[in-house]
Each structure stands twice: as structure tokens, then as C-alpha cells.
Design a protein around this ligand. Structure first.
Ligand code: ATP
Ligand code: MG
Length: 571
């Protein structure tokens, strides 16, 4: 365990007294921030957009700062409110009703956000799909959700199945096209004709808002169903963890096809009325830094995969830019390697704050709070209002420092309410009042949680349980190693042996000497039993499109097994 600790940096943070807040906190207090607390009328689109558009001080504030290689655009809260009203009117014209599923298969663009809120304003359930999905992935999700309408572009239409979707009535096309059948709706034309006024559909806090198909690191994607009530936790974490304030410029790099891109790319910043940078197109270290610099981003939420690329790009790349506005960085999606945090302190003079949560949990649960000490390698502590623990398979709590199932006491506001069409799958998450996450971790004496791996990934070698994350983190500390994916490989003698796949940084060549040096580096730096018996250099490590290492796939390849669902595999 890395015992290094990094104290909080100077700053006036929204959550100052973490331990005391945890003791006295009630979710009821957060509800006072919403208009429905007085009116009883609920819709997350109203709280995120229209409420600010109705506020004379806020209506002309920039809500969306959009930038892609070929387009730049700004939308104020007022403009976003009106555009989403127009789209809601288009949907009503074509009979979309409360509870219907309306899917978006669109690149990040101003139209995406107008359409997204338009859907929510009708009371329908939005289903964002990542733009890089191929036909089978699109079919699976539209079929499973029985989507009634799809919004896409003429470019992406080729990947929308034309058969086997009996529920799909209409397809809205954003952009010039030659489709003449009445199955297609022309976005531009309809928007022009639609009124900018709309009577929002007021719903219940427990009514459906969103379906996300999980990224599929472990198997077939499942339709995770969220309700409007989630806004309570989006709001609280926007304040405590994102530390958003009136003048912040916020950038979340996640695509809205993944839960981070909606909970924290859409809801959290806009519930707080903050200017939100949306960057389209592909990423490289140059345009990550360029975006932070150009828009004077103050708060940045990104992922380990991106940060590891920045580390590989070196410190000189940072120095070319003025990042002096940046005051707070967070990470999610995968374990945050301590090496990356150490590098962040050098490159940005800022701590990188890990946050742990998942599609099913709807919002952050275990986090590093800006005003608290962080311990590199640890995910931090549960937010106020959330009880987390390590349990055994029967749901009994385990003592500190013992590795087990990371579990959350049922009942936090943003928890999924079902898995679409699969009630038995939903039930299977809960044991003895705990939501069991499928991740393994331990808790130290001070209540910090330490991620060890997905339960399926934990390696049992000669009777020792080894988390792949620990080995991967040590591997990337070696100057030659850019990325690493570690698996257990069946072995008649040892149960499993550790096999590591690595990619090399520029300037290093695959050789038996280098691999032996890396092995020794793990052996002396971590432990003999954790040193990979096999090391293989690859050109790339397979990852999901949301940036997670797909150890399941490495294992299937290694063992020559069927690869299962790979719809979320990055090319
Ligand atoms: P599927 O459930 O379909 O296999 P997935 O689990 O990759 O897909 P997500 O819900 O996007 O889909 O990811 C949640 C998972 O990501 C967590 O269960 C955990 O394994 C990992 N994760 C997220 N944040 C962190 C973090 N801060 N540290 C370590 N792991 C994290
Ligand atoms: Mg999962």
C-alpha cells in the first residue's frame, strides 16, 4: 500500500467540514434547492435549464460552450430552453408521450443537448447511444428498450438497422439528407416550424428519465434505468465534489453515451447553472490542453486513460499552454494510478481527485473531497448520505483491511430503479440490504476505500489474491511502460499465474532484457508473487469506448476463448 498522503491545497471549498457534515446530513436538506420543493411540480429539464432561463440574471449566461474541429457555438440558458421547447413540440407532434423511449445516436453537438432536454420535457425517457456504435450494438439497444423514436444524422443512418425494430416509428435526421419516406423527420425543417413555448410535462420524482446501457467491460450491456429523483444527488455532488460555483467554467470529457457524460456532463453543471464546455471530435494531448487553455477551464473531470496519455506526452506538452485558470481536477471510470497523481502534482501543481461510482449508481458515491487529505491509490471516502462497506458473499460486513465486495447501503437518491426488461438481474445486485457493486476493495482504519479490481478480475496465484490494478500501477511506474493490462492465466501448479500485457513509451524497444528488467522492477517494488510470470508487449491495450481496459478480452484472446459481446470495444 502506498502510504503517501497529500493534504488539501489552499482554497475555499463548498464542503469544508466533511466528517461533521456526514454526521448531521440529511437528503431532505438538499431538496430545498429545487423549485419542486415548493411547487410540487417536477422535471429535471426544468431544474437544469428553464429555471435559469426564467431568472433575469441568468438567462443570458452561457450554458453551453461548444467546440469541435469544424464548429464553435455558444448557447445561453434562454436559447437552450427555447431550442429544447421547440424539439419537445416536434416530439409531441409525432405522438411521443410520457414514458416512451426516445434514443439519441448523435455526435456531441448543440443539437444533441437541445434534443436531449426536449425529450425530458415531454416526460419521455432518453436513451443516449455512443456515436461510434456499429449496427449490431445499435440494434441490441433499440430492440431491448423498444424505442419509439431515434434521433440521428444522415452519416450515422447507415448503422441504424432498417429491419427487426417493430417499435421504432420515426427517425429524426439532423443534417441534409435525401430520405423521402414518411418514416423520416427533418430536424431543421420541423424546428423552424415549432413554437419556442412548451408546456413541460410535470412528472413524479420516481418517473423514468434515462436509460443507459453500461459499457460492457464484463459482458452483455444492460439497460440501466434512472428516474428524475437522481437530480438530488447530482446537485449535492456538483456542490461538494465538483465544487462548482457561479463563475466556474467546467469541462467533463465524457461522451453522453456513458453515464458520466449525462450525470456530470449535463445534469450536475446545469443544475448548478454553470457554464459547461462541450468538446466534440477525437482527443489528443494537444487538444486536451488546448481546450483547457482556450476556454479558461477552471474545473476538469476526466478519466485515467486520458491522464495516462498526458503522462506519456511528457511535461513539455503542458508547458506550451496557459493552464492557470484550472483549479480542480477529478477522475473517474477506472482506478487512478498513484503515478498519475504524482505526475499531476508536478505538471499542474494540482491534486487529481479520484471518484468512484458506476452506471447503476447514477452519481458519485466514494470520492476525494477537495478540502480533505487524499491518499494516492485510494478512491477516498463515501459522500455524506451514503453508507459504504466491504461485505462477504452473504452481505456480512468485514473488518478493516480485509478485501471483499464493495457494497452500498440501499437507498441513495440516484440509484437505478430497474434493469430494463430484466427484473431478475436487478434483484441480483442486492444482498442483505446492500447493493453489491461487483468491485473488490478494502477499507482502511481511517475509512478510506482502496479499489482492488473487478471481482471477476481478481487473480488467485499460489493462494495469494492479487488485484490487477496494483500490478498495472506498478508497471506504469517503469519509464518504458505506457499502459498495462494484467490478467490471471490458469496454471496447473499455481492456480493462476500473472500475465501482463504492456505498451511501450516512445524510444523503447521490445527485448528480453527490457522485459526481465520490468519483471525485476515489480518484484523488488511490489512483491515476488505479484511479478508477472509472463510479459507481452502489444501495440495497444483493448479498451472500451469509455476508456476502460478490457481485461476480459485480453483473457479470452490469451486462452483462445470466444470474445463475447465486443460492441463497446474501441477500434
Ligand atoms: P459492465 O457493467 O457492463 O461490465 P462497466 O462496469 O465497465 O460495464 P460502468 O458502469 O461505466 O460500466 O463502469 C463502472 C465500473 O468502472 C466500476 O464498477 C469500476 O469497476 C470502474 N470504476 C469506476 N470508477 C472507478 C474508480 N474511481 N476507481 C476504480 N474503478 C472505477
Ligand atoms: Mg459494471
Amino acid at each position: 500500500m502506498d502510504m503517501q498522503r497529500i493534504p488539501a491545497q489552499d482554497g475555499i471549498y463548498n464542503l469544508q467540514n466533511f466528517d461533521k457534515t456526514r454526521e448531521t446530513f440529511s437528503w431532505e436538506d438538499v431538496k430545498k434547492n429545487f423549485s419542486w420543493n415548493e411547487t410540487g411540480k417536477v422535471n429535471i429539464a426544468y431544474e437544469a435549464i428553464d429555471r435559469h432561463a426564467e431568472d433575469t440574471d441568468k438567462k443570458d449566461k452561457t450554458a453551453l460552450l461548444y467546440s469541435s474541429p469544424d464548429r464553435e457555438e455558444k448557447l445561453t440558458f434562454d436559447e437552450l430552453s427555447k431550442k429544447s421547447n421547440q424539439f419537445a413540440n416536434v416530439l409531441k407532434k409525432y405522438d411521443v408521450e410520457k414514458g416512451d423511449r426516445v434514443f439519441l445516436f448523435l455526435p456531441r453537438s448543440p443539437e444533441f443537448y437541445a434534443a436531449f432536454f426536449g425529450i425530458l420535457k415531454t416526460g419521455a425517457i432518453a436513451g443516449p447511444l455512443f456515436e461510434a456504435f456499429m449496427e449490431q450494438a445499435v440494434r441490441d439497444r433499440l430492440q431491448d428498450s423498444e424505442a419509439k423514436m431515434l434521433i440521428t444524422t444522415p452519416d450515422l443512418l447507415g448503422r441504424v438497422p432498417q429491419e427487426d425494430l417493430p417499435d421504432l416509428e420515426k427517425i429524426v435526421l439532423v443534417g441534409d439528407h435525401n430520405e423521402s419516406s414518411d418514416k423520416y423527420i427533418d430536424f431543421q425543417k420541423e424546428m423552424k416550424e415549432a413554437s419556442t413555448d412548451f408546456d413541460i410535462e410535470w412528472v413524479d420524482l420516481e418517473d423514468g428519465m434515462l436509460i443507459h446501457y453500461t459499457s460492457g467491460s464484463t459482458g452483455k450491456p444492460k439497460g440501466v434505468y434512472h428516474v428524475h429523483n437522481a437530480m438530488i444527488q447530482h446537485y449535492a455532488t456538483a456542490e461538494w465534489v465538483l465544487d462548482l460555483n457561479e463563475d466556474d467554467v467546467y469541462w467533463c470529457t465524457a461522451d453522453p453515451g456513458w453515464v458520466t457524460g449525462t450525470s456530470y456532463g449535463i445534469f450536475a453543471p446545469w443544475l448548478k447553472g454553470v457554464t459547461n464546455v462541450i468538446r466534440g471530435g477525437r482527443f489528443s494531448p494537444e487538444n486536451w490542453y488546448g481546450t483547457l487553455d482556450k476556454f479558461n477551464v477552471t474545473i476538469w473531470y476526466t478519466a485515467p486513460t486520458a491522464l495516462r496519455k498526458l503522462v506519456s506526452a511528457g511535461e513539455d506538452a503542458v508547458k506550451k499552454h496557459d493552464l492557470s485558470s484550472l483549479r480542480h481536477i477529478m477522475s473517474v471510470g477506472e482506478p487512478l494510478n498513484p503515478e498519475v497523481i504524482t505526475w499531476g502534482m508536478k505538471a499542474f501543481d494540482l491534486r487529481i481527485h479520484d471518484t468512484w461510482w458506476m452506471t447503476e449508481t447514477g452519481a458519485q458515491l466514494i470520492v476525494n473531497i477537495p478540502s480533505e487529505e487524499i491518499r494516492p491509490g485510494s478512491m477516498g471516502k463515501p459522500i455524506p448520505g451514503v453508507e459504504a462497506s466491504i461485505v462477504d458473499n452473504e452481505g456480512n460486513e468485514l473488518p478493516p483491511n480485509q478485501m471483499g465486495n464493495l457494497a452500498i447501503k440501499k437507498g441513495w437518491p440516484s440509484m437505478m430503479r430497474k434493469i430494463w426488461n430484466r427484473p431478475e438481474k436487478f434483484e441480483s445486485y442486492f444482498v442483505n440490504g446492500w447493493y453489491v457493486s461487483g468491485d473488490s476493495a478494502y477499507k482502511d482504519e481511517d475509512g478510506y476505500f482502496w479499489f482492488q479490481g473487478r471481482l471477476d478480475d481478481v487473480i488467485n496465484t499460489s493462494g495469494e489474491r492479487v488485484g490487477p490494478f496494483e500490478v498495472e500501477s506498478k508497471l506504469i511506474e517503469h519509464p518504458a511502460v505506457a499502459e498495462a493490462g494484467v490478467i490471471g492465466k490458469p496454471d496447473p501448479e499455481r492456480g493462476e499465474i500473472i500475465k501482463a500485457f504492456i505498451t511501450l513509451n516512445d524510444g523503447y524497444k521490445d527485448s528480453p532484457e527490457l522485459l526481465e528488467e520490468i519483471r525485476q522492477f515489480i518484484k523488488t517494488g511490489l512483491s515476488a508473487h505479484a511479478a508477472p510470470r509472463e510479459l507481452e508487449v502489444k501495440d495497444a491495450i483493448p479498451k472500451t469506448r469509455s476508456g476502460k481496459i478490457m481485461r476480459r478480452l485480453l483473457k479470452s484472446w490469451e486462452l483462445g476463448l470466444p470474445t463475447g459481446d465486443t460492441s463497446t470495444l474501441e477500434e
